[in-house]
Design a protein around this ligand. Structure first.
Ligand code: FE2
Ligand code: FE2
Length: 244
């Protein structure tokens, strides 16, 4: 087994060099919340920090602090405005770099203040490459209405990793950090009720299919690091918007 795949869920876990899962599995709820850290040396990025409820936040904070000194975190990426992504931002603002910047889509940006966040917000355009100090490129791919008007995912060219936010998330009764044989069903159970538009989903998939992807790191559920084409195809076949 790949050494990177051996993990202890009570601790932070390095998925690939410099990228860490710092989340938690809420087994009672059959749900996980998956913030991630990307440590690129001079730049450290926290993706989708998550909940402010102490039973969630304290776990994430401890894991974050176990892999980086929190004051090194100079960017927080909020892929959209939902509370399971953003509620912890003000709590992290107390421990991260005081000049931290929040990167978010334009249509999500106004909501940051509603969380009492005080940091500078940077909005990014669709497909905009963002250079880190090392020269590493992150690309922000907008996925409008999947599932909020201002939604995006992040692509890290260096490791071919997509931080996919709610896309490819899952509800899980038998949660595992890495997608197992039951994850297609978990993915379907989460995604179908939470998406309203096939058109929007197809537009997001059209963009993702142009990218060479080795792993998908969603904000809920499990990391997909094999059979990516099978998941892409399954996403094409989802029945979304059926509650309308
Ligand atoms: Fe969401
Ligand atoms: Fe979410």
């Amino acid at each position: 087994m790949n050494a990177f795949k051996t993990y202890d869920e009570s601790k932070a876990h390095e998925i690939v060099e410099g990228i860490y899962w710092v989340g938690f599995a809420d087994r009672k709820a059959g749900f996980s919340n998956n913030p991630y850290i990307l440590d690129d040396g001079e730049d450290v990025i926290l993706f989708d920090p998550g909940s402010r409820a102490p039973e969630h936040f304290n776990i994430v904070k401890e894991k974050v602090c176990s892999v980086v000194e929190p004051e090194r975190i100079n960017y927080i990426v909020a892929h959209h405005q939902d509370p399971d992504i953003c509620a912890a931002i003000p709590l992290f603002e107390e421990i991260v770099n005081p000049r931290v910047k929040i990167i978010t889509p334009t249509r999500a940006a106004p909501f940051m203040r509603y969380y009492d966040s005080v940091s500078e917000v940077i909005t990014v355009e669709d497909g905009e490459p963002f250079s880190l100090k090392s020269g590493r490129i992150l690309t922000f791919v907008h996925t409008p209405y999947v599932h909020f008007a201002g939604s995006m995912v992040t692509y890290d060219e260096k490791t071919k990793t997509v931080f996919s936010s709610d896309i490819f998330g899952g509800f899980s009764i038998d949660w595992n950090l890495y997608a197992n044989e039951n994850y297609l069903e978990a993915f379907k159970a989460f995604t179908e009720p939470y998406l309203g538009s096939k058109l929007a989903l197809d537009s997001a998939l059209d963009k993702l299919e142009t990218i060479a992807i080795e792993r998908i790191c969603p904000q809920h559920g499990s990391i997909i690091d094999k059979d990516i084409e099978i998941y892409m195809q399954a996403a094409r076949e989802l029945e979304v918007g059926t509650w309308v």
